[in-house]
Design a protein around this ligand. Sequence first.
Ligand code: ATP
Length: 453
Amino acid sequence: MPEKKPGKLNMEKLVSLCQRRGFIFPSSDIYGGLSGCWDYGPVGIELKRNVKEAWWRSIVQERDDMVGMDTSILMNSKVWEASGHVTNFSDPLVECKECHLRWKADDLKENKCPSCGGALTEERMFNTMFKTFIGPVEEDAAVVYLRPETAQGMFVNFQNIVSTSRKRIPFGIAQQGRSFRNEITTGNFIFRSREFEIMEFEYFVKPDTDAKWFDYWVEERLNWYLKLGIKKENLKPYEHPEEKLAHYARSCTDITYNYPHGWSELEGIANRTDFDLKQHAAASGKSMEYFDDENKEHYIPYIVEPSLGVDRAILAFLCDAYEEEPDKDEIRVVFHFHPDIAPIKVAVLPLSRKENLAAFAKDVYKTLRPCFTTQYDDTQSIGRRYRRQDELGTPYCVTIDFQSLEDNMATIRERDSMKQIRVPVAALKDTLLAKLAGEDLFVLPEGGQIWKE
Ligand code: ATP
């Protein structure tokens, strides 16, 4: 039989694995799906919560200069007029004269339809905000938009936060939430969707300090990915040339990731200057000035904004962690997730379903479950269960065998090295906590042993 060779990741493999293992499904799948919309399954939602949690902890909870918010998706339409979205949040659209498919002009390499080769219409601007109506009457005065970003909710609350949080500049407001963009073309799995989640923050600074803070945040944000295990060679900052900057930005650097479809934007960091607060001050008639009581001066702060799609981050974490490895005559597929983002931290696997063994294993499971996301699995052979946990990216498996009933010990198997140790059941919880925090597998608790197969 020809030897199986480990392959490289491509999007088809990833989409199929994510579906098979309960990470991500196409939305409304039984009706043929809805383009640009995805559903997170039981494993995917754990991954998503962990990614959001890791961000929230590092941006909000571990800093003194940041507060969080959760603002509404629907806002007064005047917000989107003042922000420039009603006039500017558009993409150039072209339509094929033959098959009538529509394309985003920016994405086309040649001036013909990528589907049938037909001629294209002239470009026209297409606003990508979703429109709906508030209340029972569908009239112009009732138009509201589904927010395409969460930033505006934070700008319009600037004075509320200054007067209630006791934060002094420099400080930031952070938020995570659903956002909607009626993208002309979607694709590359969860990279470009029509409904997605953003996590972003607005960092308010004194006007002449903006460049310094901008550089600081580019560095900080790059380090966040590295700390969570993304490989350095797969991340690259891209500085936008001046002529390509958005209307509100003085400078903008994207953190790009080497996705299977090529290097693309993962996170955008923009120096938005005082544009947003000035616009809202002019349109609402409310002051957006800040009083610096130390220097006794009034000014409108500048804003540095790092903005990141949760789903794009998840796609980067999935791609980066994926590996196919030779394992005896087989190929082992594994997600090497950092323990902080791994959807399931520990799996408890009884070697058999025999009653006394199952009862023992269930007890172990119940002592671990309150401490970390734990899964109990007693189906199929132990080898297949290890493979399944590898495909879920579970860092540690705890195996209970008949010997455990006699010596009160359990085996811990490490996902990445596939090495095993045997430890007293009473020490399991603390040992696993230490390993999940980064301790070497072979640092043993009292009574522990290195397992020799
Ligand atoms: P792109 O150029 O890829 O359309 P953008 O520059 O319009 O992105 P921003 O407006 O800066 O994106 O949005 C902030 C972040 O939100 C992006 O860095 C990206 O991670 C995420 N994002 C934007 N659009 C989408 C989308 N359609 N699907 C998923 N994530 C998105």
